[in-house]
Design a protein around this ligand. Structure first.
Ligand SMILES: Nc1ncnc2c1ncn2[C@@H]1O[C@H](COP(=O)(O)OP(=O)(O)OP(=O)(O)O)[C@@H](O)[C@H]1O
Ligand SMILES: [Mg+2]
Length: 238
C-alpha cells in the first residue's frame, strides 16, 4: 500500500506557480529523501501535504484524502519561532500535542533528550530544539514522518543518533519517512528512494538515481561532483 499518493499537484502562491504538476507515491515503510536547491519548493510541498497551502490535484494518505488522515502524520518544520513572552518547559510544550505523561516521557527517552524535560524552551540550543521538535513529531506514534531539514543545526554526534532513531522507527515500527536535507552523501547511506524537486520533479525512484551526473546537473543547474561517487578525475599523471 502507498502511505502517500500525490497526483498532478500544482501549488500556486499568489501569481507564482511554486509546484508544477508533480506526481509521486511513497510506498509504505520506505525512507525517501527530498532533494533540491534552495527555493525548489520542498518546504511548500511538505506544508501542502499538511494542509497548509491550497492546491490543484490530489493528495491521499493511505488511500484517503490527506486532510482526514493528518493524525497519522508527524512533522518537523525547517524553522520554528519560539514565543519569548510565553516561556514553556520542554514537557509543557509537548503536553500541547499529547496530554499523556507516559507518552511524553517515552518520546523524550526515544529521542534521547529526557534530561531536557524541565528545561525552558527558549534556553535550548538550535540542535536541542530540533531534537525537541523531533520528539513532538513522534509523540502520537505517526505512520508517516515529514522531516524538513531536521538536523540542520545538530552536531555530528547528534546527527548520527538522529539517523539511528529514524532507521529504528522505519525498521521496527514501519514508519514511512520523507526527509529533506542538503547533505546528499549522508542521505545516500540510509534513504532507499529519492525525489528530486526543482519546482517540477527532476527524478523519482531509487536513491542511486541521484548520483547520476546528468540528474544532479538538471537539478542544480550546474555541474555537481559528489565525493566519492562521481569525483572528477584529478589525477594529472593520466
Ligand atoms: N508563505 C509564502 N508566501 C510566499 N511565497 C512563499 C511562501 N513560502 C514559500 N514561498 C516561496 O516558494 C518558493 C519555494 O520555497 P520553499 O520554502 O518551499 O523552498 P525550499 O525548497 O524548501 O528551499 P530551502 O532549501 O531553502 O529550504 C520560494 O520562492 C519561496 O519564496
Ligand atoms: Mg525548505
Amino acid at each position: 500500500m502507498n502511505a502517500l499518493e500525490v497526483k498532478n499537484l500544482i501549488v500556486k502562491i499568489g501569481e507564482q506557480e511554486i509546484i508544477r504538476n508533480i506526481s509521486f507515491v511513497l510506498p509504505e515503510g520506505t525512507i525517501t529523501a527530498l532533494i533540491g536547491p534552495n527555493g525548489a519548493g520542498k518546504s511548500v510541498l511538505l506544508k501542502t501535504i499538511l494542509g497548509l497551502f491550497p492546491y490543484y490535484g490530489e493528495i491521499k494518505i493511505f488511500g484517503e484524502n490527506h486532510l482526514k488522515m493528518l493524525n497519522f502524520v508527524g512533522y518537523v518544520p525547517q524553522n520554528y519561532t519560539l514565543d519569548p513572552i510565553l516561556p514553556l518547559t520542554v514537557f509543557e510544550f509537548l503536553k500541547f500535542s499529547n496530554r499523556d505523561k507516559n507518552k511524553i516521557n517515552a518520546a523524550l527517552k526515544e529521542t534521547d533528550i529526557y534530561e531536557l524535560k524541565n528545561r525552558n524552551l527558549v534556553q535550548l540550543s538550535g540542535g536541542q530544539l530540533q531534537r525537541v521538535l523531533f520528539a513532538r513529531a513522534i509523540l502520537n506514534e505517526p505512520k508517516i514522518l515529514l522531516l524538513d531539514e531536521p538536523v540542520s543545526e545538530t552536531d555530528i554526534v547528534g546527527k548520527k543518533e538522529f539517523y539511528e532513531i529514524i532507521k529504528y522507527l522505519n525498521q521496527e515500527k514501519k514508519v514511512t519517512i520523507l526527509i529533506t536535507s542538503h547533505e546528499i552523501t549522508i542521505i545516500h547511506t540510509f534513504a532507499q528512494r529519492v525525489l528530486c524537486l526543482n519546482r517540477s520533479l527532476v527524478c523519482v525512484g531509487s536513491i542511486t538515481e541521484l548520483f547520476k551526473e546528468e540528474i544532479l546537473k538538471q537539478l542544480y543547474q550546474r555541474d555537481i561532483f559528489v565525493y566519492p561517487f562521481n569525483r572528477p578525475n584529478t589525477n594529472t599523471n593520466e
